[in-house]
Design a protein around this ligand. Structure first.
Ligand code: ADP
Ligand code: CDP
Length: 218
């Protein structure tokens, strides 16, 4: 069983996908964390992020361990726990540049598919990202495109921030810029064949989890 959840930043992919995995006893994969981990590592190595060959080489060499336990998420890169570091604004600002590197994408998609395959004997996995239904797992049994209007997405992201870490204005700029950068990748956030679109703008997290879980077990 594979459940694919795609959508833009702040639509609720990560929290709802984790909730569905917990409820249905499935594994959980946050594919955005793989792009964030490569971004973190490229910066640590002092790479020029415009040097696509060097960054792709870093992606291939990176030792990456991702938890697929929905209740205990962690990311370890070359032995360093980067679970918190990859959520920093400095990573969020740069990750789209890394994600448009096609050699990085090829490497990370290969790794994501291996994690998805590994999860099948234990019942399956909920996978969230941008291109899961269209590229990574086109054979998913359930494909969800999760949306929410820009104001709601910004309010949700803003509520998560530590007071004073970045201003509302900076957050707005960051989300608008990331949406624009991400929209250059044609496979992102398009309703693929058989995908169900859920607009979460006026839904609670619990309602979205309930809706997806019901669709998965129908
Ligand atoms: P994404 O993975 O799409 O970027 P997240 O799952 O990280 O989104 O959600 C961003 C924030 O919004 C989190 O703090 C989460 O708890 C909250 N959230 C998610 N879905 C909803 C919802 N339907 N209603 C209100 N808040 C939500
Ligand atoms: O949580 P949020 O939606 O803000 O971001 P994320 O899911 O952690 O993804 C971070 C970035 O990684 C996105 O802005 C995309 O540029 C990229 N990404 C991607 O290219 N393909 C995916 N399947 C998932 C994320």
């Amino acid at each position: 069983m594979i459940i694919a959840v795609d959508g833009p930043s702040g639509s609720g992919k990560s929290s709802t996908a984790r909730g569905v995995a917990d409820r249905l006893g499935l594994r959980f994969l946050d594919t955005g964390a793989t792009y964030r981990a490569v971004t973190w590592s490229a910066i640590q190595h002092g790479l020029d992020l415009d040097d696509t060959a060097a960054v792709a080489q870093r992606a291939r060499e990176l030792r990456l361990e991702l938890s697929t336990d929905p209740l205990h998420q962690y990311v370890i890169a070359d032995g360093t726990d980067i679970t918190a570091a990859i959520r920093e604004p400095g990573i969020s600002e740069r990750v789209s540049k890394i994600a448009t590197n096609l050699d990085v994408r090829a490497e990370l998609i290969r790794r994501q598919r291996a994690i998805i395959d590994d999860a099948q004997p234990s019942g399956g996995i909920v996978v969230e990202g941008r291109d899961i239904a269209t590229v990574v797992a086109t054979d998913a049994e359930l494909k969800v495109l999760l949306t929410a209007d820009q104001e709601a997405r910004m309010a949700r992201r803003g509520a998560e921030l530590a007071v004073g870490s970045i201003t509302a204005e900076q957050l707005r700029d960051q989300i608008v810029r990331r949406d624009a950068d991400d929209s250059t990748v044609s496979e992102f956030q398009v309703a693929s064949d058989g995908a169900v679109t859920i607009d979460s703008t006026f839904m609670t997290l619990e309602e979205v989890v309930e809706t997806i879980s019901r669709l998965a077990t129908e």
